[in-house]
Design a protein around this ligand. Sequence first.
Ligand SMILES: *Cc1c(COP(=O)(O)O)cnc(C)c1O
Length: 418
Amino acid sequence: MNREEEARRLDETDPLPTPRDEFLVPPAPGGRFDEAAYFAGNSLGLQPKAVAGLLFEELDDWARLAVEAHTQGRRPWVDYHELAREPAARLVGARPHEVVAMNSLTVNLHLLMASFYRPAGTRTRIVIEDAAFPSDSYAVASQAAHHGLDPAEAVVRLRPRPGEDTLRTEDVLAHLEREGDTVALVLLGGVNYLTGQLFDIPAITKAGRAAGAVVGWDLAHAAGNVPLRLHDWDVDFAAWCSYKYLNSGPGAVAGAFVHERHVRDESVPKLSGWWGTDPAVRFRMDPDISPPSSADAWQLSNPPILALAPVLASLEIFDRVGMDALRAKSERLTGYLASRLASIGGVTVITPPDPAARGAQMSLRVPDAGGLTRRLAGDHGVIADAREPDVVRLAPVPLYCTFHDCHRAADALTDALG
Ligand SMILES: *Cc1c(COP(=O)(O)O)cnc(C)c1O
């Protein structure tokens, strides 16, 4: 059996067949296969076929019922976000009243920091990773400035050891042990966007809270990628977007988690809007808010139904397949890609080799990332992405990537680097 046949055999015999048929896979921009081997789902996930029908139903309700669709639609708009609650809670390991689908990711980070970043006395710092996604860097710096602090002092950026590409958990824990009494907030990415490193969320959360800090997580690259137990891990708050591993389309409505202990605490300050009041009294139009004891209290506006419908279609797939089964498949797929990459000369993998310390991503350090991704796409129909100057990311997303796609990626890299 040659390698291509071997990969096809792995697809045929895997205990969780890839539900690729449920997605619209773009045509290959080059190479000998019709469909792209799509490895950019950590940037924008593919469109589930079920999205168009759901979206059309909302357009149709709008056409037929107009304002009445708020209460008379197939899925009444006034509590449309309720439909995302249970599946989102299962996805991130939360109790239903701890999650809410709203806004976009960076907006949610700000709303949650408005509540949970409360610098006081000498406890003013925000700990992030040096390799944080830029939006997170900007968000925390502006929060510090908003409190009248100098971001250069208030924001601590944890760096890997010299010569290493990823942060060691022990170093994060040691920092919290040493400097913990100056830390107001720890805000890390559950899975780092650049390296694909999966952090030890429970250990870091525990250490941060033990040090007296609030611990929040940006789960942009973790939600839909790895199993999460936010409630049991005692995470204070979290936020994620829905267009990466969650396949809900560009700018889709994001998610937020607030731990039960905070949703019940009326002393937590919030930035409020009318969707954050108790729905039973919302239309009394009272000037004073009556927030519910749930993450819904952080909602501001009535939700964008057209950006929320795809989230429902996507969450239905995760619910049906199950995050644990998907993660097991993901480890097999990423493991296969990792083993194929290991035999290609000139490839340096910066993603942790331990499957427990990474999600569905392999990041490679290469000389000309942009040029390489263009050759992969144009010559082989393999869609990866470049983070200039020297990182190429490949996300073998188990909902639609196959072992054969991983074979194509390995073959394409062998050719393009040869
Ligand atoms: C993708 C990503 C974002 C993007 O933020 P938006 O508000 O959705 O535009 C922010 N943070 C991280 C860590 C990301 O991976």
